[in-house]
Design a protein around this ligand. Structure first.
Ligand code: GTP
Ligand code: MG
Length: 335
């Protein structure tokens, strides 16, 4: 391991708390925006129920996991309980219905990895993606939201990391960098690893919530109101955590051998998962285990070029946090 990992944090780190909190607060969506999202969901529900009376609509992704910044698009899942359903047919039918209701830019993407219908609502100005029966995403949305309720520092850290990743253009999976979902899992894992820990491992406590989705058992402790004091022995502030997060990913993480696992609340070895070699397109150059689909590495999109970009950005951020006189500006400078 690189010795830099045990470097001491700069002495004036706490002067950075106020500016980081200010950035965090500026990113929180205002209440009106949430109300508009609900309004759009309700009108979509009405339309959908005319065609499929049994169907349900669920919000997932950042509009529902509490890690959504202001002006995000919304992600909606249409759940239809029908074993031999043809997703493409449903999507095309749905696109028809939406189009005739004057929604804008309606587009069915039936060949995408996750097939969706895209649309824009002219009343609220919100854009929206609708997928079919992606119930695992609805469940992992709940897991993320439950973690966020345990300690406020998770939401602060994740907003700052997402904002940084978007500014530096490394939040683009089709270019080999990581999804927002992956960055939030990195933050959760990191806070599980602090000593004393700031977050528990919800899948390691006796489950109070359990569903089986596509043969995957999703079970975890969800009575998070009982865990509100969990992290209170750890007094680290947001600036210190931002510094430590980037130092960890720049110098502390063992890319060659380790997988981060929110499910286990620790790192696990690549060997144990058989993620040591390239299989098909999965290169496992940075390994982030999905908490439920455990054979799924969210780092699979990263290739030998983009891993250098990513690690370069982690190092840049760590250097700025350690030495720059004005990290809150420099960190987010557009790439
Ligand atoms: P922003 O839109 O960037 O604010 O973030 P987001 O939280 O909506 O994330 P993203 O668009 O990356 O993904 C939307 C949701 O899809 C996530 O919250 C997850 O629930 C789900 N998701 C995304 N990628 C994966 C994946 O690879 N596997 C699974 N199971 N779910 C995923
Ligand atoms: Mg999204």
């Amino acid at each position: 391991r690189n010795l830099k990992w045990i470097i001491k944090c700069r002495g004036d780190i706490d002067t950075l708390n106020a500016p980081f909190l200010e950035i965090y607060e500026s990113l929180i969506p205002p209440e009106e925006e949430k109300a508009k999202q609900k309004q759009l969901l309700a009108s979509l529900e009405k339309l959908v129920c005319k065609e499929w009376p049994e169907a349900r609509l669920y919000l997932y992704g950042s509009c529902a996991n509490s890690f959504g910044v202001s002006k995000s698009d919304i992600d909606v899942c249409l759940a239809i309980n029908d074993a031999d359903l043809n997703k493409s047919e449903v999507l095309l039918k749905l696109a028809d219905i939406l189009q005739s209701d004057n929604l804008q830019n309606v587009q069915a993407l039936t060949r995408a990895r996750v097939p969706i219908v895209k649309l824009r609502d002219p009343v609220t100005g919100i854009s929206c993606d609708i997928c079919i029966n992606n119930v695992l995403a609805v469940v992992n949305t709940k897991l993320l939201r439950d973690y966020a309720e345990i300690d406020g520092r998770l939401r602060q850290l994740a907003f700052i990391v997402k904002h940084w990743a978007k500014s530096r253009r490394i939040n683009e999976t089709y270019q080999g960098t990581l999804s927002s979902y992956a960055y939030v899992l990195m933050c959760i894992h990191f806070l599980q690893q602090r000593r004393p820990a700031i977050l528990p491992c919800l899948q390691g406590i006796e489950a109070t919530y359990s569903v089986t989705v596509e043969d995957v058992e999703c079970a975890f402790f969800d009575q998070v109101e009982n865990l509100r004091n969990f992290g209170s022995h750890n007094k680290e502030t947001i600036a210190h955590l931002v510094w430590a997060f980037f130092s960890y990913w720049a110098y502390g993480h063992d890319y060659a051998n380790s997988v981060i696992s929110v499910r286990e609340g620790s790192t696990i070895s690549k060997r144990k998962k058989d993620w040591t070699r390239r299989v098909g397109n999965d290169r496992h150059l940075i390994c982030i285990e999905d908490p439920f689909e455990t054979s799924h590495d969210l780092g699979r999109v990263v290739d030998k070029f983009s891993i250098r970009v990513l690690r370069g950005e982690f190092e840049r951020a760590a250097e700025i946090m350690q030495h720059d006189p004005n990290p809150c500006i420099k960190l987010f400078e557009p790439y």
